[in-house]
Design a protein around this ligand. Structure first.
Ligand code: HEC
Length: 135
């Protein structure tokens, strides 16, 4: 997604996120895109559609690139959790590794292993949310 598209989507979201900062709005758009990527992957496994799985994994991988940047990670961490920057950064690297792994398994039609890599992605998402939300 281009920066421009992100800003447009962020503006649209601003109705539901009236009190959010610009950063939070952009972040929410990326999160929603990753969520839709995960949903496609899950559907793909359920309905046996490799194309849908591939589409989803590419989406997650592309959006997740944003979080390889320390500055971005810092900007999304709540004030009292800024010191968790490294841990948060690692969750995004885990997503990158797991998406690459998934793509390799898909190429070899090793579906069970590809599904395990999918679970690794979900776990990494959840680990960052755990840090952010103090779960
Ligand atoms: C580096 C940290 C990090 C990672 C990794 C991460 N998230 Fe998030 N996520 C956040 C933050 C920050 C928020 C906003 C604060 C909150 O909801 O607690 C958020 C919120 C969300 C939301 C709610 C958005 C809203 O509008 O309320 C969804 C959905 C979401 N993330 C999906 C995902 C998915 C799917 C993945 C994995 C593919 C993922 N996230 C990985 C940090 C992360």
């Amino acid at each position: 997604m281009t920066k421009f598209t992100k800003i447009i989507l962020a503006s649209l979201l601003s109705i539901s996120l009236a009190h959010a900062t610009e950063n939070e709005k952009v972040n929410a758009v990326i999160m929603l895109n990753m969520e839709s990527g995960l949903a496609s992957i899950q559907k793909g496994f359920l309905y046996n559609s490799i194309d849908l799985i591939k589409e989803g994994v590419n989406k997650v991988q592309q959006e997740n690139i944003t979080y390889h940047d320390r500055k971005v990670i810092k900007s999304i961490l709540p004030e009292n959790r800024k010191q968790m920057e490294n841990l948060a950064l690692i969750t995004s690297r885990r997503i990158e590794n797991a998406t690459e792994e998934m793509k390799s398994y898909l190429a070899f039609h090793q579906m069970k292993k590809a599904h395990n890599a999918f679970l690794d992605i979900v776990n990494a998402c959840t680990d960052c949310h755990t840090l952010i939300r103090g779960w």
